[in-house]
Design a protein around this ligand. Structure first.
Ligand SMILES: Cc1cc2nc3c(=O)[nH]c(=O)nc-3n(C[C@H](O)[C@H](O)[C@H](O)COP(=O)(O)OP(=O)(O)OC[C@H]3O[C@@H](n4cnc5c(N)ncnc54)[C@H](O)[C@@H]3O)c2cc1C
Length: 507
Protein backbone atom coordinates (compact mmCIF):
# COMPACT_ATOMS: atom_id res chain seq x y z
CA UNK A 1 0.00 0.00 0.00
CA UNK A 2 1.52 3.35 -0.99
CA UNK A 3 -0.11 6.39 0.62
CA UNK A 4 -1.94 6.99 3.88
CA UNK A 5 -4.82 9.27 2.90
CA UNK A 6 -8.37 8.05 3.18
CA UNK A 7 -7.93 5.69 0.19
CA UNK A 8 -4.77 3.97 1.48
CA UNK A 9 -5.97 3.78 5.08
CA UNK A 10 -9.35 2.27 4.16
CA UNK A 11 -7.76 -0.22 1.78
CA UNK A 12 -5.18 -1.21 4.42
CA UNK A 13 -7.89 -1.69 7.07
CA UNK A 14 -9.97 -3.79 4.67
CA UNK A 15 -7.00 -5.98 3.70
CA UNK A 16 -5.35 -6.29 7.13
CA UNK A 17 -7.43 -9.19 8.49
CA UNK A 18 -6.63 -11.37 5.49
CA UNK A 19 -3.08 -10.55 4.35
CA UNK A 20 0.27 -9.18 5.44
CA UNK A 21 0.08 -5.51 4.62
CA UNK A 22 2.82 -2.88 4.54
CA UNK A 23 1.74 0.76 4.27
CA UNK A 24 4.38 3.24 3.09
CA UNK A 25 3.88 6.97 3.12
CA UNK A 26 6.29 9.71 2.17
CA UNK A 27 5.62 11.96 5.16
CA UNK A 28 3.77 11.43 8.40
CA UNK A 29 0.56 9.40 8.28
CA UNK A 30 -1.73 12.40 7.90
CA UNK A 31 0.24 14.49 5.40
CA UNK A 32 -2.10 13.98 2.42
CA UNK A 33 -5.08 15.99 1.20
CA UNK A 34 -7.55 13.85 3.13
CA UNK A 35 -6.72 15.48 6.45
CA UNK A 36 -7.69 18.88 5.00
CA UNK A 37 -11.07 17.92 3.55
CA UNK A 38 -13.71 20.24 4.90
CA UNK A 39 -17.12 19.90 3.30
CA UNK A 40 -17.65 16.18 3.70
CA UNK A 41 -18.62 13.02 1.88
CA UNK A 42 -21.57 12.75 -0.50
CA UNK A 43 -23.89 9.75 -0.23
CA UNK A 44 -27.60 9.24 -0.82
CA UNK A 45 -28.66 8.80 2.80
CA UNK A 46 -31.53 11.29 3.14
CA UNK A 47 -35.21 10.30 3.11
CA UNK A 48 -35.80 12.48 0.06
CA UNK A 49 -32.74 11.16 -1.78
CA UNK A 50 -31.84 8.10 -3.85
CA UNK A 51 -28.77 6.64 -5.50
CA UNK A 52 -30.49 7.38 -8.82
CA UNK A 53 -30.65 11.09 -7.94
CA UNK A 54 -27.00 11.08 -6.86
CA UNK A 55 -26.15 9.31 -10.14
CA UNK A 56 -27.98 11.96 -12.18
CA UNK A 57 -26.22 14.84 -10.40
CA UNK A 58 -22.79 13.21 -10.81
CA UNK A 59 -23.28 12.51 -14.49
CA UNK A 60 -24.64 16.01 -15.16
CA UNK A 61 -21.54 17.53 -13.54
CA UNK A 62 -19.23 15.25 -15.57
CA UNK A 63 -20.25 16.84 -18.91
CA UNK A 64 -20.68 13.59 -20.83
CA UNK A 65 -17.45 11.85 -19.83
CA UNK A 66 -18.45 9.94 -16.68
CA UNK A 67 -18.32 6.16 -17.00
CA UNK A 68 -21.91 5.17 -16.20
CA UNK A 69 -21.04 1.80 -14.65
CA UNK A 70 -18.39 3.37 -12.38
CA UNK A 71 -20.83 6.06 -11.23
CA UNK A 72 -23.44 3.36 -10.46
CA UNK A 73 -20.93 1.57 -8.26
CA UNK A 74 -20.00 4.86 -6.55
CA UNK A 75 -23.53 5.93 -5.67
CA UNK A 76 -24.91 2.48 -4.84
CA UNK A 77 -22.05 1.36 -2.61
CA UNK A 78 -21.50 4.80 -1.03
CA UNK A 79 -24.00 4.51 1.84
CA UNK A 80 -22.50 1.17 2.99
CA UNK A 81 -19.03 2.69 3.06
CA UNK A 82 -20.27 5.60 5.20
CA UNK A 83 -21.80 3.08 7.63
CA UNK A 84 -18.45 1.27 7.69
CA UNK A 85 -16.71 4.53 8.65
CA UNK A 86 -19.19 4.99 11.49
CA UNK A 87 -18.42 1.40 12.62
CA UNK A 88 -14.71 2.22 12.46
CA UNK A 89 -15.24 5.11 14.87
CA UNK A 90 -15.66 8.18 12.67
CA UNK A 91 -17.86 10.67 14.52
CA UNK A 92 -19.95 12.41 11.90
CA UNK A 93 -22.07 15.37 12.95
CA UNK A 94 -25.56 14.28 14.01
CA UNK A 95 -28.78 15.75 15.30
CA UNK A 96 -31.26 13.67 17.33
CA UNK A 97 -29.20 10.58 16.49
CA UNK A 98 -29.40 11.11 12.73
CA UNK A 99 -26.55 12.07 10.44
CA UNK A 100 -26.68 15.74 9.50
CA UNK A 101 -26.69 16.21 5.73
CA UNK A 102 -25.44 19.39 4.04
CA UNK A 103 -26.24 20.66 0.58
CA UNK A 104 -23.39 21.59 -1.76
CA UNK A 105 -23.21 23.19 -5.17
CA UNK A 106 -24.62 21.15 -8.08
CA UNK A 107 -26.17 18.55 -5.73
CA UNK A 108 -29.95 18.52 -6.03
CA UNK A 109 -30.34 17.23 -2.46
CA UNK A 110 -28.73 17.73 0.94
CA UNK A 111 -26.48 14.63 0.97
CA UNK A 112 -23.07 15.53 2.37
CA UNK A 113 -22.14 13.99 5.73
CA UNK A 114 -19.58 16.00 7.67
CA UNK A 115 -17.70 16.00 10.96
CA UNK A 116 -16.43 18.65 13.39
CA UNK A 117 -18.36 21.18 11.28
CA UNK A 118 -15.77 21.74 8.56
CA UNK A 119 -13.21 19.23 9.88
CA UNK A 120 -14.38 16.08 8.09
CA UNK A 121 -10.95 15.03 6.80
CA UNK A 122 -9.29 15.52 10.18
CA UNK A 123 -11.93 13.42 11.93
CA UNK A 124 -11.75 10.63 9.34
CA UNK A 125 -7.93 10.49 9.31
CA UNK A 126 -7.76 10.56 13.13
CA UNK A 127 -10.24 7.70 13.51
CA UNK A 128 -8.71 5.56 10.74
CA UNK A 129 -5.14 6.05 11.98
CA UNK A 130 -6.22 5.09 15.51
CA UNK A 131 -7.79 1.93 14.13
CA UNK A 132 -4.76 1.16 11.95
CA UNK A 133 -2.51 1.34 15.02
CA UNK A 134 -4.44 -1.59 16.48
CA UNK A 135 -3.80 -3.85 13.48
CA UNK A 136 -0.59 -5.61 12.54
CA UNK A 137 -0.16 -3.55 9.36
CA UNK A 138 3.52 -2.59 8.98
CA UNK A 139 3.51 1.21 8.81
CA UNK A 140 6.55 2.99 7.38
CA UNK A 141 6.42 6.77 7.52
CA UNK A 142 8.84 9.06 5.66
CA UNK A 143 9.25 6.37 3.04
CA UNK A 144 9.27 7.98 -0.38
CA UNK A 145 8.44 5.41 -3.05
CA UNK A 146 10.40 6.31 -6.16
CA UNK A 147 10.13 3.24 -8.36
CA UNK A 148 7.72 0.39 -9.03
CA UNK A 149 9.28 -3.02 -9.64
CA UNK A 150 8.10 -5.13 -12.54
CA UNK A 151 9.05 -8.79 -12.99
CA UNK A 152 9.93 -10.60 -16.20
CA UNK A 153 6.23 -11.31 -16.86
CA UNK A 154 5.45 -7.59 -16.73
CA UNK A 155 3.78 -7.92 -13.34
CA UNK A 156 4.19 -5.32 -10.61
CA UNK A 157 6.24 -7.00 -7.91
CA UNK A 158 7.03 -4.33 -5.34
CA UNK A 159 8.53 -0.90 -4.81
CA UNK A 160 11.83 0.82 -4.18
CA UNK A 161 11.60 3.48 -1.51
CA UNK A 162 13.82 6.14 -0.10
CA UNK A 163 14.19 6.39 3.65
CA UNK A 164 13.95 10.15 3.94
CA UNK A 165 15.43 10.33 7.46
CA UNK A 166 18.41 8.02 6.92
CA UNK A 167 19.09 8.66 3.24
CA UNK A 168 18.97 4.97 2.35
CA UNK A 169 17.15 3.22 -0.48
CA UNK A 170 15.11 0.08 0.36
CA UNK A 171 13.12 -2.48 -1.54
CA UNK A 172 9.80 -4.15 -0.69
CA UNK A 173 8.68 -7.01 -2.86
CA UNK A 174 5.00 -7.92 -2.78
CA UNK A 175 2.46 -9.89 -4.85
CA UNK A 176 0.29 -6.78 -5.24
CA UNK A 177 0.93 -3.04 -4.98
CA UNK A 178 -1.86 -0.58 -4.33
CA UNK A 179 -1.16 3.03 -5.25
CA UNK A 180 -3.07 5.56 -3.12
CA UNK A 181 -0.68 8.46 -3.54
CA UNK A 182 -3.24 11.22 -4.00
CA UNK A 183 -3.25 14.06 -6.49
CA UNK A 184 -0.95 16.63 -8.05
CA UNK A 185 -2.63 20.01 -7.55
CA UNK A 186 0.25 21.30 -5.42
CA UNK A 187 2.29 21.56 -8.61
CA UNK A 188 0.46 24.83 -9.32
CA UNK A 189 1.67 27.79 -7.23
CA UNK A 190 -1.83 28.79 -6.12
CA UNK A 191 -3.16 25.58 -4.65
CA UNK A 192 -5.37 24.36 -1.82
CA UNK A 193 -3.30 21.17 -1.53
CA UNK A 194 -0.58 20.26 0.98
CA UNK A 195 3.05 19.74 -0.08
CA UNK A 196 2.59 15.98 -0.57
CA UNK A 197 0.34 16.38 -3.63
CA UNK A 198 2.97 16.36 -6.38
CA UNK A 199 1.63 13.62 -8.63
CA UNK A 200 4.21 10.92 -7.82
CA UNK A 201 1.83 8.01 -8.37
CA UNK A 202 0.96 8.90 -11.96
CA UNK A 203 4.65 9.16 -12.88
CA UNK A 204 5.52 5.89 -11.10
CA UNK A 205 2.78 3.99 -12.90
CA UNK A 206 3.42 5.64 -16.27
CA UNK A 207 7.08 4.63 -16.04
CA UNK A 208 6.15 0.93 -15.85
CA UNK A 209 3.71 1.08 -18.75
CA UNK A 210 0.40 1.74 -17.00
CA UNK A 211 -2.26 3.65 -18.92
CA UNK A 212 -3.00 7.15 -17.66
CA UNK A 213 -6.25 8.96 -18.55
CA UNK A 214 -8.03 12.29 -18.20
CA UNK A 215 -4.96 14.31 -17.22
CA UNK A 216 -6.27 17.45 -18.94
CA UNK A 217 -9.04 17.74 -16.36
CA UNK A 218 -7.73 19.76 -13.41
CA UNK A 219 -10.27 21.27 -11.10
CA UNK A 220 -9.69 24.79 -9.82
CA UNK A 221 -11.65 25.52 -6.67
CA UNK A 222 -13.43 28.86 -7.02
CA UNK A 223 -13.15 29.98 -3.42
CA UNK A 224 -9.69 29.85 -1.87
CA UNK A 225 -8.61 32.53 0.59
CA UNK A 226 -6.76 35.27 -1.32
CA UNK A 227 -4.80 37.24 1.26
CA UNK A 228 -1.21 38.30 0.56
CA UNK A 229 1.18 36.02 2.44
CA UNK A 230 -1.51 33.56 3.58
CA UNK A 231 -1.81 29.98 2.30
CA UNK A 232 -4.56 29.41 -0.27
CA UNK A 233 -6.81 28.00 2.42
CA UNK A 234 -10.00 26.49 1.08
CA UNK A 235 -13.31 28.17 1.83
CA UNK A 236 -15.64 25.21 1.53
CA UNK A 237 -18.36 24.88 -1.11
CA UNK A 238 -20.69 24.05 1.78
CA UNK A 239 -20.58 27.74 2.71
CA UNK A 240 -22.32 28.62 -0.53
CA UNK A 241 -24.70 25.70 0.03
CA UNK A 242 -25.68 27.36 3.30
CA UNK A 243 -26.22 30.84 1.90
CA UNK A 244 -22.84 32.57 1.36
CA UNK A 245 -22.77 34.67 -1.81
CA UNK A 246 -19.98 35.77 -4.14
CA UNK A 247 -19.72 39.48 -4.93
CA UNK A 248 -17.30 41.66 -6.86
CA UNK A 249 -15.61 44.83 -5.61
CA UNK A 250 -18.86 46.78 -6.29
CA UNK A 251 -20.90 44.30 -4.25
CA UNK A 252 -22.64 42.80 -7.30
CA UNK A 253 -23.52 39.06 -7.43
CA UNK A 254 -22.00 38.60 -10.89
CA UNK A 255 -22.24 34.77 -10.96
CA UNK A 256 -25.82 35.01 -12.19
CA UNK A 257 -24.48 36.48 -15.45
CA UNK A 258 -22.91 33.06 -16.14
CA UNK A 259 -25.55 30.67 -14.74
CA UNK A 260 -29.06 31.01 -13.34
CA UNK A 261 -28.02 28.87 -10.34
CA UNK A 262 -25.59 31.59 -9.26
CA UNK A 263 -23.49 30.39 -6.30
CA UNK A 264 -24.92 26.88 -6.61
CA UNK A 265 -23.70 26.33 -10.17
CA UNK A 266 -20.99 23.69 -10.79
CA UNK A 267 -17.39 24.32 -9.84
CA UNK A 268 -16.23 24.72 -13.42
CA UNK A 269 -18.84 27.42 -14.09
CA UNK A 270 -18.13 29.35 -10.87
CA UNK A 271 -14.32 29.22 -11.30
CA UNK A 272 -14.56 30.41 -14.90
CA UNK A 273 -16.94 33.22 -13.99
CA UNK A 274 -14.60 34.42 -11.23
CA UNK A 275 -11.59 34.15 -13.55
CA UNK A 276 -13.39 36.30 -16.16
CA UNK A 277 -14.39 38.83 -13.51
CA UNK A 278 -10.78 39.08 -12.28
CA UNK A 279 -9.51 39.52 -15.83
CA UNK A 280 -12.11 42.18 -16.70
CA UNK A 281 -11.72 44.12 -13.45
CA UNK A 282 -7.93 43.78 -13.20
CA UNK A 283 -8.44 42.82 -9.57
CA UNK A 284 -6.75 39.87 -7.83
CA UNK A 285 -9.74 38.84 -5.75
CA UNK A 286 -13.52 38.83 -5.44
CA UNK A 287 -15.34 38.35 -2.14
CA UNK A 288 -17.45 35.84 -0.26
CA UNK A 289 -20.19 37.35 1.87
CA UNK A 290 -20.97 34.82 4.63
CA UNK A 291 -23.24 37.07 6.67
CA UNK A 292 -26.34 35.06 5.65
CA UNK A 293 -24.96 31.75 6.95
CA UNK A 294 -26.53 30.74 10.28
CA UNK A 295 -24.07 30.25 13.17
CA UNK A 296 -21.20 30.54 10.72
CA UNK A 297 -18.42 30.40 13.31
CA UNK A 298 -19.68 27.16 14.89
CA UNK A 299 -20.74 25.49 11.64
CA UNK A 300 -17.36 26.30 10.00
CA UNK A 301 -14.93 26.57 12.93
CA UNK A 302 -11.70 25.88 10.97
CA UNK A 303 -12.51 28.46 8.29
CA UNK A 304 -13.56 30.93 10.97
CA UNK A 305 -10.26 30.37 12.82
CA UNK A 306 -8.05 30.62 9.74
CA UNK A 307 -9.73 33.82 8.53
CA UNK A 308 -9.53 35.32 12.03
CA UNK A 309 -5.78 34.64 12.01
CA UNK A 310 -5.62 36.90 8.97
CA UNK A 311 -7.75 39.59 10.54
CA UNK A 312 -11.10 38.69 8.92
CA UNK A 313 -14.28 38.10 10.92
CA UNK A 314 -16.30 35.94 8.53
CA UNK A 315 -19.57 36.70 10.33
CA UNK A 316 -19.26 40.39 9.51
CA UNK A 317 -16.61 41.00 6.90
CA UNK A 318 -16.20 40.05 3.27
CA UNK A 319 -13.67 37.26 2.68
CA UNK A 320 -11.27 37.89 -0.25
CA UNK A 321 -11.24 34.83 -2.50
CA UNK A 322 -9.77 33.66 -5.82
CA UNK A 323 -9.60 30.30 -7.61
CA UNK A 324 -6.77 27.86 -6.84
CA UNK A 325 -5.72 24.46 -8.19
CA UNK A 326 -7.57 21.86 -6.15
CA UNK A 327 -8.02 18.41 -7.66
CA UNK A 328 -6.60 16.45 -10.59
CA UNK A 329 -9.40 14.37 -12.05
CA UNK A 330 -7.14 12.33 -14.31
CA UNK A 331 -4.76 9.65 -13.15
CA UNK A 332 -3.80 6.02 -13.46
CA UNK A 333 -6.54 4.31 -15.44
CA UNK A 334 -8.33 1.82 -13.22
CA UNK A 335 -11.30 -0.49 -13.70
CA UNK A 336 -14.23 -1.17 -11.39
CA UNK A 337 -11.94 -3.27 -9.17
CA UNK A 338 -9.19 -0.67 -9.00
CA UNK A 339 -7.00 -2.75 -11.33
CA UNK A 340 -4.69 -0.84 -13.67
CA UNK A 341 -3.41 -2.01 -17.04
CA UNK A 342 -0.31 -3.47 -15.30
CA UNK A 343 -0.97 -6.83 -13.59
CA UNK A 344 -0.55 -6.68 -9.82
CA UNK A 345 -0.83 -2.88 -9.74
CA UNK A 346 -3.97 -1.25 -8.31
CA UNK A 347 -4.87 2.42 -7.95
CA UNK A 348 -7.53 4.15 -5.86
CA UNK A 349 -8.35 7.61 -4.58
CA UNK A 350 -7.21 10.78 -6.29
CA UNK A 351 -4.27 9.10 -8.09
CA UNK A 352 -6.71 6.92 -10.03
CA UNK A 353 -8.82 7.66 -13.05
CA UNK A 354 -11.81 5.48 -12.25
CA UNK A 355 -14.19 7.32 -14.58
CA UNK A 356 -16.56 8.61 -11.90
CA UNK A 357 -15.84 12.33 -12.35
CA UNK A 358 -15.81 12.70 -16.13
CA UNK A 359 -14.78 16.22 -17.08
CA UNK A 360 -15.81 17.85 -13.81
CA UNK A 361 -15.98 16.39 -10.30
CA UNK A 362 -19.10 16.92 -8.24
CA UNK A 363 -18.22 18.36 -4.82
CA UNK A 364 -17.64 15.77 -2.05
CA UNK A 365 -17.57 12.85 -4.47
CA UNK A 366 -13.80 12.36 -4.16
CA UNK A 367 -13.69 11.14 -0.57
CA UNK A 368 -16.53 8.84 -1.55
CA UNK A 369 -14.58 7.58 -4.57
CA UNK A 370 -11.59 6.87 -2.30
CA UNK A 371 -13.79 4.87 0.08
CA UNK A 372 -15.68 2.87 -2.51
CA UNK A 373 -12.80 2.09 -4.87
CA UNK A 374 -10.26 1.75 -2.04
CA UNK A 375 -12.43 -1.04 -0.66
CA UNK A 376 -12.84 -2.66 -4.07
CA UNK A 377 -9.12 -2.43 -4.85
CA UNK A 378 -8.22 -4.03 -1.52
CA UNK A 379 -10.62 -6.92 -2.15
CA UNK A 380 -9.18 -7.46 -5.65
CA UNK A 381 -5.57 -7.22 -4.51
CA UNK A 382 -6.28 -9.91 -1.92
CA UNK A 383 -6.85 -12.38 -4.76
CA UNK A 384 -3.32 -11.65 -5.96
CA UNK A 385 -1.89 -12.14 -2.51
CA UNK A 386 -3.77 -15.44 -2.21
CA UNK A 387 -2.26 -16.73 -5.43
CA UNK A 388 1.32 -15.49 -4.95
CA UNK A 389 3.75 -16.43 -2.15
CA UNK A 390 3.13 -14.38 1.01
CA UNK A 391 6.51 -12.78 1.27
CA UNK A 392 7.03 -9.11 1.92
CA UNK A 393 10.74 -8.59 2.39
CA UNK A 394 12.67 -5.41 3.01
CA UNK A 395 16.26 -5.19 1.89
CA UNK A 396 18.50 -2.18 1.48
CA UNK A 397 19.65 -2.01 -2.13
CA UNK A 398 21.50 1.22 -2.46
CA UNK A 399 23.15 3.69 -0.16
CA UNK A 400 23.48 7.14 -1.62
CA UNK A 401 23.78 10.59 -0.16
CA UNK A 402 20.60 12.63 0.14
CA UNK A 403 20.56 15.75 -1.98
CA UNK A 404 18.28 18.66 -2.58
CA UNK A 405 16.02 19.04 -5.55
CA UNK A 406 16.56 21.88 -7.94
CA UNK A 407 14.47 24.68 -6.44
CA UNK A 408 14.69 26.87 -9.54
CA UNK A 409 13.39 24.13 -11.81
CA UNK A 410 10.46 23.48 -9.44
CA UNK A 411 9.61 27.16 -9.40
CA UNK A 412 9.85 27.57 -13.18
CA UNK A 413 7.64 24.55 -13.70
CA UNK A 414 5.08 25.76 -11.20
CA UNK A 415 4.89 29.24 -12.74
CA UNK A 416 4.63 27.76 -16.25
CA UNK A 417 1.71 25.57 -15.16
CA UNK A 418 -0.20 28.52 -13.73
CA UNK A 419 0.42 30.60 -16.85
CA UNK A 420 -0.11 27.91 -19.48
CA UNK A 421 -2.19 25.17 -17.88
CA UNK A 422 -4.35 27.23 -15.54
CA UNK A 423 -8.10 27.79 -15.63
CA UNK A 424 -8.21 29.09 -19.20
CA UNK A 425 -5.76 27.54 -21.66
CA UNK A 426 -4.62 27.96 -25.25
CA UNK A 427 -2.33 25.99 -27.56
CA UNK A 428 0.57 28.45 -27.31
CA UNK A 429 0.47 28.68 -23.50
CA UNK A 430 0.18 24.92 -23.14
CA UNK A 431 3.08 24.32 -25.51
CA UNK A 432 5.27 26.71 -23.51
CA UNK A 433 4.31 25.01 -20.25
CA UNK A 434 4.95 21.60 -21.77
CA UNK A 435 8.45 22.65 -22.87
CA UNK A 436 9.32 23.88 -19.38
CA UNK A 437 7.97 20.69 -17.73
CA UNK A 438 9.88 18.45 -20.12
CA UNK A 439 13.09 20.36 -19.42
CA UNK A 440 12.49 19.93 -15.69
CA UNK A 441 11.95 16.17 -16.16
CA UNK A 442 15.26 15.88 -17.99
CA UNK A 443 17.05 17.94 -15.31
CA UNK A 444 15.52 15.79 -12.57
CA UNK A 445 16.49 12.54 -14.25
CA UNK A 446 20.13 13.55 -14.26
CA UNK A 447 20.66 13.08 -10.51
CA UNK A 448 19.46 10.77 -7.74
CA UNK A 449 18.26 13.72 -5.70
CA UNK A 450 16.28 14.97 -8.70
CA UNK A 451 13.96 11.95 -8.83
CA UNK A 452 11.15 13.78 -7.07
CA UNK A 453 11.42 16.60 -9.56
CA UNK A 454 11.48 14.11 -12.42
CA UNK A 455 8.28 12.44 -11.17
CA UNK A 456 6.48 15.75 -10.67
CA UNK A 457 7.62 17.06 -14.05
CA UNK A 458 6.51 13.84 -15.78
CA UNK A 459 3.03 14.20 -14.33
CA UNK A 460 2.94 17.92 -15.16
CA UNK A 461 4.01 17.13 -18.75
CA UNK A 462 1.16 14.64 -19.06
CA UNK A 463 -1.29 17.33 -17.93
CA UNK A 464 0.05 19.80 -20.53
CA UNK A 465 0.19 17.26 -23.32
CA UNK A 466 -3.34 16.03 -22.72
CA UNK A 467 -4.66 19.58 -22.43
CA UNK A 468 -2.90 20.52 -25.67
CA UNK A 469 -4.40 17.58 -27.51
CA UNK A 470 -7.98 18.03 -26.34
CA UNK A 471 -9.08 20.79 -28.69
CA UNK A 472 -12.39 21.64 -27.09
CA UNK A 473 -13.81 23.15 -23.93
CA UNK A 474 -15.46 20.64 -21.62
CA UNK A 475 -16.03 20.77 -17.86
CA UNK A 476 -12.95 22.09 -16.11
CA UNK A 477 -10.82 21.96 -19.29
CA UNK A 478 -11.33 25.40 -20.81
CA UNK A 479 -9.60 26.32 -24.09
CA UNK A 480 -9.89 29.96 -25.21
CA UNK A 481 -8.93 28.82 -28.75
CA UNK A 482 -11.55 26.03 -28.79
CA UNK A 483 -14.40 27.49 -26.74
CA UNK A 484 -17.03 24.83 -27.46
CA UNK A 485 -17.45 21.11 -26.69
CA UNK A 486 -17.19 18.83 -29.67
CA UNK A 487 -18.66 15.34 -30.24
CA UNK A 488 -15.36 14.46 -31.85
CA UNK A 489 -13.79 14.62 -28.38
CA UNK A 490 -16.37 12.52 -26.62
CA UNK A 491 -14.12 9.97 -24.93
CA UNK A 492 -11.13 9.46 -22.63
CA UNK A 493 -7.71 10.62 -23.71
CA UNK A 494 -5.55 7.65 -22.73
CA UNK A 495 -1.76 8.01 -22.57
CA UNK A 496 0.86 5.29 -22.58
CA UNK A 497 4.64 5.50 -22.48
CA UNK A 498 5.05 3.50 -25.73
CA UNK A 499 1.74 3.90 -27.54
CA UNK A 500 1.42 7.67 -27.03
CA UNK A 501 -2.01 9.33 -26.62
CA UNK A 502 -5.25 7.93 -28.03
CA UNK A 503 -8.86 8.92 -27.66
CA UNK A 504 -10.97 6.04 -26.35
CA UNK A 505 -14.58 6.59 -27.46
CA UNK A 506 -16.04 3.69 -25.48
CA UNK A 507 -18.10 5.76 -22.98
C1 LIG B 1 -8.39 21.65 1.28
C2 LIG B 1 -9.10 20.48 0.66
C3 LIG B 1 -10.44 20.25 0.95
C4 LIG B 1 -11.11 19.17 0.38
N1 LIG B 1 -12.41 18.93 0.72
C5 LIG B 1 -13.02 17.83 0.23
C6 LIG B 1 -14.34 17.48 0.66
O1 LIG B 1 -14.92 18.14 1.50
N2 LIG B 1 -14.90 16.38 0.11
C7 LIG B 1 -14.28 15.59 -0.81
O2 LIG B 1 -14.86 14.60 -1.27
N3 LIG B 1 -13.03 15.90 -1.21
C8 LIG B 1 -12.38 16.97 -0.70
N4 LIG B 1 -11.11 17.26 -1.10
C9 LIG B 1 -10.43 16.31 -1.98
C10 LIG B 1 -10.03 15.09 -1.17
O3 LIG B 1 -9.56 15.51 0.08
C11 LIG B 1 -8.96 14.26 -1.85
O4 LIG B 1 -9.31 14.01 -3.18
C12 LIG B 1 -8.79 12.94 -1.12
O5 LIG B 1 -8.52 13.19 0.24
C13 LIG B 1 -7.68 12.12 -1.74
O6 LIG B 1 -7.41 11.03 -0.89
P1 LIG B 1 -6.23 10.07 -1.25
O7 LIG B 1 -6.19 9.05 -0.16
O8 LIG B 1 -6.35 9.61 -2.64
O9 LIG B 1 -4.92 11.00 -1.21
P2 LIG B 1 -4.23 11.86 -0.03
O10 LIG B 1 -5.12 12.05 1.13
O11 LIG B 1 -3.70 13.06 -0.68
O12 LIG B 1 -3.05 10.91 0.42
C14 LIG B 1 -1.99 10.61 -0.43
C15 LIG B 1 -0.93 9.88 0.36
O13 LIG B 1 0.07 9.37 -0.52
C16 LIG B 1 1.36 9.64 0.00
N5 LIG B 1 2.32 9.67 -1.09
C17 LIG B 1 2.31 10.45 -2.21
N6 LIG B 1 3.39 10.18 -2.97
C18 LIG B 1 4.09 9.21 -2.34
C19 LIG B 1 5.29 8.53 -2.62
N7 LIG B 1 6.02 8.77 -3.72
N8 LIG B 1 5.72 7.60 -1.74
C20 LIG B 1 5.04 7.33 -0.61
N9 LIG B 1 3.88 7.95 -0.29
C21 LIG B 1 3.42 8.87 -1.14
C22 LIG B 1 1.19 10.96 0.71
O14 LIG B 1 2.23 11.14 1.63
C23 LIG B 1 -0.19 10.76 1.35
O15 LIG B 1 -0.06 10.02 2.53
C24 LIG B 1 -10.43 18.33 -0.53
C25 LIG B 1 -9.09 18.55 -0.83
C26 LIG B 1 -8.42 19.61 -0.23
C27 LIG B 1 -6.97 19.83 -0.54
Amino acid sequence: MVGSGIAGLCAALDAAPRARVALLTKGSLDDGCSRWAQGGIAAALGDDDSSEQHYQDTVAAGRGLCHPEAVRVLVEEGPARIRQLVDWGVGFDTQDGRLLLAREAAHSRARVVHARGDGTGLEVETALIARLRKTDVTVVEHAHVDRLLVDAMGRCAGVDWWDVARGVEHRFTAPAVLLATGGAARLWPNSTNPASATGDGVALAFAVGAEVAGMEFVQFHPTALAVEGAPRFLISEAMRGEGAVVVNASGRRFLFDADSRGELAGRDVVSRAIWDELRDSGSSQVYLDCSRVDSVSTRFPAIHRMCAEHGIDIARELVPIAPAAHYVIGGVRSDLCGATSVAGLYACGEVASSGVHGANRLASNSLLESLVFGHRAAVSALHDTAEAPRTTVAEPVLDVAAGTDDADAWQRMSAALWEGAGIVRSASGLQQALDVCREAAVAGAATRSGRRLEAAATTASLVCEAALRREETRGCHIRSDHPRSSDEWHGDLVMHSHRGAQLDHHI
